[in-house]
Design a protein around this ligand. Structure first.
Ligand code: NAP
Length: 334
């Protein structure tokens, strides 16, 4: 099969297309004929082996995982003898970070719990956009104590992979959503349901005077004190991504600031089948639709990862593997 392979840690230049054996199938595994994958910020951590403690699991000098890529959608090719949930021919999507990665390939093997049936109304490209970013948004909003009803929710980084899911999931709970993004993405975030938009290039949510019940930082670079200023007296702040400052503030000061009614936390997404099923349901009832920015063929994974690393994707970056034809009917070179 064709796969994007690397032998060493480094920039996307270390990635190359190679003919490799199809993964072997364990008794509890599902072999997926991959139609589409999606790129995630985690790709470049895996690619570069950073931050360094990450190499304790990913390989100290040489990477253990030769084929990267986390999110897949495709058709079940074969199942191991202990698999009960899927049969050959089923259309599935899933998250492979707990089972050795390998999404940037024509076939991937995964335990059945890493997968779920694909939302019936989504293309493979759209379904591949869902797992990591969708689960991160969902778990981030839960950490921020999302509830039914008209909570006021602010999402920083609303135009990115995680942010575009967060806006739609928060709306599905009935929240009044304020999206923070740049001018060029304002219309896009309104089109997925944001009630208000704050353009971070010429406005500042922290000095606006508005207060929010829940703030989700999916991107950006603001201090935890700025977020605190914009929270209601019993509001919650959850951080899933953004700058190192946002991360260290949440880790160092989050627990200290959470002694009162306000809560401050961070989320490291834990992939699980139950959340894949929640996302599937939200898609099937029309409350969530992945926003796909650019699509790349398998051979262009290095370009896809470089593009994502620039930090300005609008929604998700998708790799189309099985077909030259995309969900919007356009075609690319194979
Ligand atoms: N906690 C977890 O388990 C987990 C899981 C997945 C991802 N992450 C992290 O979450 C972060 C976001 O991931 P992602 O997939 O959403 O990334 P992404 O799709 O690459 O985010 C790009 C988007 O962020 C916007 N953006 C950039 N700088 C911004 C700023 N200062 N303020 C507001 N928006 C800004 C960009 O808009 P403009 O072009 O307009 O600037 C762009 O639309 C990353 O740091 C990633 O490492 C964490």
């Amino acid at each position: 099969m064709n796969a994007i392979v690397r032998e060493t840690y480094g920039s996307p230049d270390v990635l190359h297309l190679e003919d490799v054996p199809v993964p072997s199938l364990g008794d509890g595994d599902v072999l997926v004929r991959v139609h589409a994958a999606s790129a995630n910020a985690g790709d470049w951590h895996l690619l570069r082996g950073t931050p360094l403690p990450f190499r304790l699991v990913a390989g100290l000098r040489t990477p253990k995982f030769k084929i990267i890529g986390t999110d897949v959608a495709g058709r079940v090719e074969a199942v191991g003898r202990n698999v009960t949930q899927f049969s050959p021919g089923d259309e599935v999507f899933g998250e492979l970070s707990q089972s050795g990665f390998g999404a940037y390939a024509e076939f991937a093997a995964a335990p059945e719990t890493a997968l779920a049936l694909k939302p019936a109304n989504l293309s493979f490209e759209e379904a591949a956009a869902l797992p990591t970013a969708g689960c991160t948004a969902l778990q981030g909003l839960r950490k921020g104590r999302i509830q039914g009803g008209r909570q006021r929710v602010l999402i920083n980084g609303a135009s990115g992979g995680v942010g575009t899911f967060a806006v739609q999931i928060a709306k599905s709970f009935g929240a009044e959503v304020t999206a923070v993004c740049s001018t060029r993405n304002s219309d896009a975030v309104r089109s997925i349901g944001a009630d208000h938009v704050i353009d971070y290039t010429n406005d500042d949510f922290a000095t606006h005077g508005e207060r929010y019940d829940l703030i989700l930082a999916t991107n950006g670079d603001r201090s935890i004190w700025d977020y605190r200023r914009a929270l209601t007296a019993d509001g919650s702040y959850a951080m899933t991504g953004g700058s190192n400052r946002q991360l260290t503030d949440a880790l160092l000061f989050g627990p200290l600031l959470s002694v009162g009614r306000q809560k401050f936390g961070n989320v490291l997404m834990k992939p699980n089948q139950a959340d894949l099923l929640v996302l599937k349901e939200l898609c099937e009832v029309g409350k969530v639709r992945p926003v796909v920015d650019r699509r790349f063929p398998l051979s262009d994974v290095p370009a896809a990862v470089r593009y994502l690393e620039e930090g300005h994707a609008r929604g998700k970056v998708v790799i189309s593997i099985r077909s030259n034809e995309f969900c919007d009917g356009t075609t690319v070179r194979s």
